[in-house]
Design a protein around this ligand. Sequence first.
Ligand SMILES: CC(C)(COP(=O)(O)OP(=O)(O)OC[C@H]1O[C@@H](n2cnc3c(N)ncnc32)[C@H](O)[C@@H]1OP(=O)(O)O)[C@@H](O)C(=O)NCCC(=O)NCCS
Length: 177
Amino acid sequence: MQDRSRHELLTERLSLRRPVPDDVAAILAIHSDPPTCAHNPSDALSRRQEALELFQRWSDHWRRFGYGYWVVRRRGSDHQLGFCGVKSMDLNGMSVLNLFYRFEASSWGQGLAGQAATAVVEWASVRVPDLPVIARVRPANIASQRVAVRAGLLRAGHLDTNGEDGLDWIFAKNLPD
Ligand SMILES: CC(C)(COP(=O)(O)OP(=O)(O)OC[C@H]1O[C@@H](n2cnc3c(N)ncnc32)[C@H](O)[C@@H]1OP(=O)(O)O)[C@@H](O)C(=O)NCCC(=O)NCCS
């Protein structure tokens, strides 16, 4: 992994960049395609205004913390494949980084999310080493669980929690002793 700047991560196949207003259309396209939110219907979007508000929340997080969710592209391509990054949040009273990933369905099954999530978790372990990284995954979302494990997270059943769409299984790395 190469870390060119604070706002771009490069992997073997991917470029991860801080979102900009031109990414709003891709945020809407990916979040309004039913398969991408099948396990997390509360994340689904249907209108451009909703995508703009989500972009603004992502940007606010970047301004506040200096990191957040990246837009993922193949290296050398302008096309947005999806999103992957970490967000500061509270889990059962503990400050954590929430690992997120969502990719357009046509890109699935090529190892791209695993590669992006691995880069993000490595980045977090260097840049924000004091915080655990967690992923909240619906029990039936096998692909997402595999991505979390590939990125180095382990199942942490004692932290399981009810999320907006029902029970979330927790995967974690760097938990306090
Ligand atoms: C989850 C998601 C990001 C995976 O993307 P992807 O690019 O297909 O993932 P990868 O190709 O990197 O695969 C990673 C692992 O998952 C496995 N996998 C991928 N799709 C799978 C499926 N449908 N069933 C079982 N395993 C699957 C791969 O075999 C691989 O396993 P390995 O690490 O043991 O080799 C993608 O399915 C997605 O965007 N889903 C909708 C959004 C979502 O659910 N996000 C997570 C919310 S918690």
